[in-house]
Design a protein around this ligand. Structure first.
Ligand SMILES: Nc1nc2c(ncn2[C@@H]2O[C@H](COP(=O)(O)OP(=O)(O)O)[C@@H](O)[C@H]2O)c(=O)[nH]1
Ligand SMILES: [Mg+2]
Length: 479
C-alpha cells in the first residue's frame, strides 16, 4: 500500500507533518513569486522593438559566461533559466518575439518591421534565491516579467486630459504660426475657413477636416521628423483607426458665442471630450496605472542629426512625455501613476552609432535633457537612472592615427549597403549643442545594418550595457 492510498488518519505522523509542511512551504513560495510589469516607452523608431527583442534573447540565453557581467544573478551563477509564458491579458496583442528575432538573427539580417500598437510578453525567470528566508522556503524562485511595448506618441495625449477643447485648439493654432507647421497646415486651415462652424453637423465635413488635419500631422512627421503631434492616435491609431473618436480636429473659437450641441463646432468639441475619456483616460486606467517599472528610450543621435529645429521639437515632445512623471500630489494623474512605479530608467539608445570614447558625453547630454523630470521623480521616491546603451551592437570602435591625431572610428555596414566601412562619426556635445555646433554641421550620425552573427543560438546578442539595464530593472527582484 503506498502513502497515497493510506487513509489520512492512518498515515504516520511524520508523513502528515511533511505533507503539511510541504504545502505550507509551497504556498509561501508561490506567495513569494513576484511579477514585475515593465513598461517600455519611447517615440517612434527610438528602438523599443529591438530593445525588447534583444532583452528577451539575452534572458533566454543567459549563462554565467554569456557576457552579462553586471547582471548579478547571472554572473554569480544563480540564474536557472527563463521561458516565454502565456501572456496575462487576453485583450492585448502579443509581442511577437519570434517574428522579431528571426530577421535579426538571419544569415542576412534585417531590422524587424515597424510596430505601432500596444503589445505584451510574459517571461518566467527562475533563479536561486540568496535571502535566508526565501532560501529556506525553496531552492528556486520565480519572477514573472511582463514587458509592455507602447508608442510614446500616446503619452503626448496626456496633457490633453487637463485641457478644454478651446484651450487645446488655441495651443495648436499657436504652434501653427511657426514654420514648418505654418506651411504644412495651410491646406487644412484653408478648408476650415470655408466652413460655417455653427452650421448643422455634417459627417462628411467632419471627416474631410480631420483627414486634412491628420495629413498635416503625418507630413510633419514624415517630412520634418517632428514628434510633438497631437492627438497621438492620429499618427499611431492602434485599434481606433477610422472610428468617429478620431474624427475631429482643432477649431478656431466661434465668433458668435457657443454655437451649441448639434453644430460642427459642438460635435467636434464632443468628440474631443470623447477621445479624452474613451481613448486617453482608458489607456491610463487599463495600462499605465498598472506598470511597476518604466524605461524610456530616447534616440538622441537621430535628434542631433535632424538639426536644431528637429532637436528642439524632440526636446519639447520629450518634456511633454516626461511631464507624466512629474505631476504634483494634487493631480488625479498622480494618483493613477505614482502608487506603483518604483524605478525609472532613461536610456539613450543606439550608442553603437558612435565610438566608445563618446559614450560618456552621450550619457551627460541625456542627463541634461531629462534632469528636471528625473529630479522630480527622485523627489517622489522613485529610483532613477540614466544610461547610454545599445541593445544590438552593429559596429566596432577602431582607433587610428589620422593627420597626426589619434581618432576613434566606427566600423560597420551602413543602412542600405552591404559592405563594412570605417567612418569618423564625430563628437557628441556633453551638454546642449551651441549655435556654432549646429553651424558647423557637426552631427550626422549614420544608421547601420544589424551585425552578421555566427551562431545566435549559441551566443547572446552583442550589446553595450544591457547587463547594467537588466541589473537596475530586475536585480533586486532576483535575490
Ligand atoms: N545600431 C543600432 N540600431 C538600432 C538599435 N536598436 C534599434 N536600431 C535602429 O532603429 C530602428 C528602429 O528600431 P525599433 O526597435 O523598430 O523602434 P521602435 O519604433 O521604437 O519600436 C531599427 O530599424 C534600427 O535601424 C541598436 O541597438 N543599435
Ligand atoms: Mg516598435
Amino acid at each position: 500500500m503506498n502513502a497515497a492510498s493510506v487513509p489520512f488518519s492512518l498515515r504516520p505522523l511524520g508523513t502528515m507533518w511533511n505533507n503539511t509542511q510541504r504545502s505550507v512551504t509551497e504556498w509561501m513560495r508561490l506567495a513569494m513569486d513576484q511579477t514585475v510589469r515593465l513598461a517600455v516607452t519611447g517615440l517612434n523608431q527610438s528602438g523599443k522593438t529591438v530593445f525588447i527583442t534583444a532583452l528577451v534573447h539575452q534572458l533566454l540565453h543567459a549563462r554565467q559566461d554569456s557576457g552579462l557581467p553586471f547582471f548579478d544573478c547571472v554572473s554569480t551563477n544563480r540564474f536557472a533559466g527563463s521561458k516565454v509564458m502565456v501572456q496575462p491579458d487576453v485583450d492585448v496583442s502579443a509581442f511577437r518575439y519570434d517574428q522579431f528575432i528571426r530577421p535579426l538573427t538571419a544569415r542576412h539580417p534585417t531590422w524587424p518591421n515597424r510596430t505601432e500598437e500596444l503589445s505584451e510578453i510574459r517571461l518566467a525567470l527562475r533563479f536561486q534565491p540568496t535571502g535566508l528566508i526565501h532560501r529556506q522556503l525553496s531552492n528556486v524562485g520565480t519572477l514573472y516579467l511582463d514587458i509592455i511595448d507602447y508608442p510614446g506618441e500616446w503619452l503626448l495625449d496626456l496633457p490633453m486630459l487637463e485641457l478644454s477643447f478651446a484651450t487645446w485648439s488655441e495651443q495648436i493654432f499657436r504652434a501653427c504660426t511657426e514654420e514648418p507647421r505654418r506651411t504644412l497646415s495651410s491646406e487644412w486651415q484653408a478648408y476650415l475657413h470655408t466652413l460655417d462652424l455653427s452650421a448643422a453637423t455634417d459627417e462628411g465635413v467632419l471627416r474631410q477636416a480631420s483627414a486634412l488635419y491628420t495629413q498635416f500631422l503625418l507630413r510633419c512627421k514624415a517630412e520634418h521628423g517632428l514628434t510633438l503631434l497631437q492627438p497621438g492616435r492620429f499618427t499611431v491609431p492602434g485599434e481606433w483607426k477610422e472610428t468617429p473618436l478620431l474624427t475631429f480636429c482643432p477649431l478656431p473659437a466661434p465668433t458668435t458665442g457657443d454655437p451649441g450641441g448639434d453644430t460642427l463646432h459642438g460635435t467636434m468639441a464632443q468628440r474631443f471630450e470623447a477621445y479624452k475619456e474613451k481613448v486617453v483616460h482608458r489607456f491610463y486606467k487599463d495600462h499605465f496605472s498598472r506598470f511597476d517599472r518604466q524605461i524610456v528610450l530616447i534616440d538622441l543621435l537621430k535628434a542631433l542629426s535632424g538639426g536644431p529645429d528637429n532637436f528642439a521639437d524632440t526636446r519639447v515632445a520629450l518634456e511633454s512625455i516626461l511631464r507624466n512623471f512629474r505631476y504634483g500630489s494634487s493631480s488625479a494623474l498622480n494618483r493613477l501613476f505614482w502608487p506603483k512605479i518604483d524605478k525609472l530608467l532613461f536610456v539613450a539608445t543606439k550608442v553603437d552609432h558612435v565610438a566608445a570614447n563618446q559614450h560618456s558625453n552621450l550619457e551627460r547630454l541625456l542627463n541634461r535633457i531629462v534632469s528636471q523630470p528625473a529630479n522630480e521623480a527622485i523627489f517622489q521616491g522613485v529610483e532613477v537612472k540614466t544610461m547610454a546603451l545599445s541593445a544590438l551592437t552593429c559596429t566596432r570602435t577602431v582607433v587610428r592615427d589620422h593627420d597626426g591625431r589619434r581618432l576613434s572610428f566606427v566600423q560597420g555596414i551602413p543602412k542600405g549597403r552591404n559592405r563594412e566601412i570605417l567612418l569618423f562619426p564625430g563628437e557628441i556635445p556633453e551638454s546642449l549643442p551651441r549655435p556654432e555646433d549646429w553651424d558647423a554641421n557637426r552631427f550626422n550620425f549614420l544608421e547601420f545594418e544589424p551585425p552578421r552573427l555566427v551562431d545566435p543560438e549559441a551566443a547572446p546578442l552583442p550589446h553595450i550595457r544591457m547587463d547594467q539595464a537588466l541589473q537596475f530593472l530586475l536585480g533586486d527582484k532576483l535575490t
